[in-house]
Design a binder for this molecule. Structure first.
Ligand code: CA
Length: 222
């Protein structure tokens, strides 16, 4: 899952980006609302973490513009400790959650996972598709109770497909969910990951390639 971090303090921004990467997210960092707007224009993200105190255009103005355009992207706002008014304002402008600085990284990461689940209308931390069972909190997948050994990227692709089960997910979307700007994928990498996933799933679910469009996952008919 892809996260955009909008924070002008390079120390905080980099710590957040690294923590998200360690938790298996593909995260990118920008230092201004303007840069965030171009990033969102260019690629799909699953979540934005936005600091309120940004130069020129504040995090609140950025959020307001985003919601005025009708963008439903989940947004977690970072506010100063004494920022009660900012927090209230942010929630009223359409922020999905907030954290007060200084915050603990594990809490930030857990909130990111929760927001992404909610965005996919997943109310539990477990997601089932036929005999597949995904534990979204621990990034584990089991088939009939047996744990599968997946890499970070394989897991992310599977999660993305299962969130959209029965619908086509474009190859571009899958690519954007596994790599940030500093990483590169070879042109056929997604095909390779999907093919490894199919092998590891061993027929527990069907991942079909839809020519020219992408992939879709469906529960295997019993
Ligand atoms: Ca700031």
């Amino acid at each position: 899952m892809r996260v955009l971090v909008v924070e002008d303090d390079p120390l905080v921004g980099d710590a957040v980006r690294r923590a998200l990467a360690a938790a298996g997210f593909a995260a990118d960092l920008v230092a201004s609302a303007e840069a965030a707007a171009s990033a969102l224009h260019a690629e799909s993200f699953d979540l934005a973490i936005v600091d309120i105190g940004l130069p020129r255009v504040s995090g609140l103005q950025f959020l307001q513009a985003l919601r005025q355009r009708g963008t439903g992207l989940p947004v977690l706002i970072l506010t100063a400790r004494d920022g009660l008014e900012d927090r209230v304002h942010a929630l009223d402008l359409g922020a999905d959650d907030y954290l007060t600085k200084p915050f603990e990284i594990p809490e930030l990461v857990a909130r990111c996972r929760a927001l992404i689940r909610r965005a996919h209308a997943v109310t539990s931390t477990r997601l089932a598709l036929g005999s597949l069972n995904l534990d979204l909190a621990h990034r584990e997948v089991t088939v009939d109770g047996a744990l599968l050994d997946l890499t970070h990227r394989e897991w992310t692709i599977l999660e993305c497909l299962v969130f959209n089960a029965g619908r086509i997910v474009s190859k571009e979307r899958l690519k954007e969910s596994v790599v940030n700007w500093s990483e590169d994928l070879t042109p056929n990498a997604i095909e390779v990951y999907v093919s490894r996933l199919r092998t590891k799933l061993g027929g527990a679910a069907d991942i079909r390639a839809v020519r020219g469009m992408g992939y879709r996952i469906d529960a295997r008919e019993k």
